[in-house]
Write a protein that binds this ligand. Structure first.
Ligand code: UDP
Ligand code: MG
Length: 331
């Protein structure tokens, strides 16, 4: 076992090693406090991939766990050399963990799955088949039947329906972490924050072919979910970002200009009307509500556009290494 203290700069230059070792598939698994699942998950993935005769690696990204997740992974690594560990200094979130895993991955295919045994390793062949049969670049999954609490299921259904409609992409489940990619997709798409759930949208907008398969879903065996209800409203805000960065990053004036024109025109018409009244000897001193309305709308739109501008700058300046910090890499 080779242990290195890594700086982010080293990770970039370690790409030389990638040329030498050719792998069919890299499994990337973000884990936050999943100590009880690691051993079973590893064994099951190894069994499945060995039965397919694939050359593979399993990259665990420990997203700042405070239980024995990292120790558990290191322990397994002593007997299963194909297991790798990227360990964050603190919790940076699932998107950052996936990004870090992608940066390490050497496989022609890259599979991501959750580390809590909810995604069933025995379903992996289905994803690979689908990708090859339909010559896709990305296969997402649709967990059916879903075994989460009913409140989460309904919220999720609504979220997926609206997201699908807005993003104009026919997927049933945007939150599924169980996905298979060709390496080109992963190399091209930058994610930060919580944008991981929109990789299919970003990919399809870049021209990659995206598909979906139905897979079985297991209840969480150990530990508890790391996400609450805030995932849904954050999800919608992220969707706004995705639409913005895919559509307007190169021509923001199409959006800002249109909104600006609409507001200017509305204001102009109102003022023209008031001017007309004024010329006809009406007093304009008793219309406070109108002023309040205009003020609120202007403030609202300014806040929104400022937020979108911020997102645009983030996206343009985003470098993979900025969104996380690696403590050690063991490979
Ligand atoms: N996870 C992570 N960092 C986080 C939150 C979650 O790496 O900040 C991992 C978690 O350990 C699990 C996967 O992401 O492997 C999915 O999380 P979870 O099972 O809590 O989500 P849910 O199944 O409730 O959608
Ligand atoms: Mg889960």
């Amino acid at each position: 076992m080779q242990v290195r203290e890594e700086t982010n700069i080293d990770i970039v230059s370690s790409s030389d090693a990638k040329e030498i070792e050719k792998l069919d598939i890299s499994v990337v698994i973000p884990v936050l406090n999943e100590e009880q699942s690691i051993e079973e998950l590893t064994t099951r993935i190894v069994d499945v991939l060995e039965s397919l005769g694939m050359r593979f690696e399993i990259i665990y990204v420990d997203d700042g766990s405070d239980d024995n997740t990292a120790e558990e992974i290191k322990k397994i690594k002593t007997r299963e050399k194909r297991v790798k560990l990227v360990r964050f200094r603190r919790n940076f979130g699932k998107a950052a963990a996936l990004s870090a895993g992608f940066a390490q991955a050497k496989g022609d295919l890259i599979l991501t799955m959750d580390g809590d045994l909810q995604d069933i390793p025995e379903e992996i062949p289905k994803l690979i088949e689908k990708l090859e049969e339909e010559d896709l670049d990305l296969v997402s999954t649709w967990k059916y039947p879903r075994v989460d609490p009913w409140g989460k299921k309904i919220a999720s259904k609504l979220f997926n329906y609206v997201t699908g409609k807005i993003a104009r992409i026919g997927l049933h489940d945007f939150n599924s972490g169980f996905k298979l990619y060709r390496k080109e997709v992963v190399r091209e798409i930058n994610i930060y924050g919580e944008l991981h759930r929109y990789i299919p949208v970003l990919a399809s907008r870049r021209g990659f072919k995206v598909g979906e398969v139905k897979v079985k879903h297991a209840p969480r065996k150990y530990g508890k979910s790391k996400y609450g209800w805030d995932r849904f409203y954050k999800g919608f805000l992220d969707l706004l970002t995705v639409l913005f960065i895919t559509k307007y990053t190169r021509r923001p004036l199409h959006l800002f200009g249109l909104v600006g024109l609409i507001f200017f025109t509305a204001g102009f018409l109102i003022n023209a009307y008031l001017a007309y009244l004024w010329f006809n000897n009406h007093s304009l001193s008793d219309r406070p509500l109108l002023l309040l309305g205009i003020l609120l709308m202007l403030i609202g739109i300014q806040v929104l556009t400022t937020g979108l501008l911020g997102e645009m700058i983030t996206y343009k300046n985003f470098k993979r290494q900025d969104s996380y910090s690696v403590k050690e890499i063991i490979e």
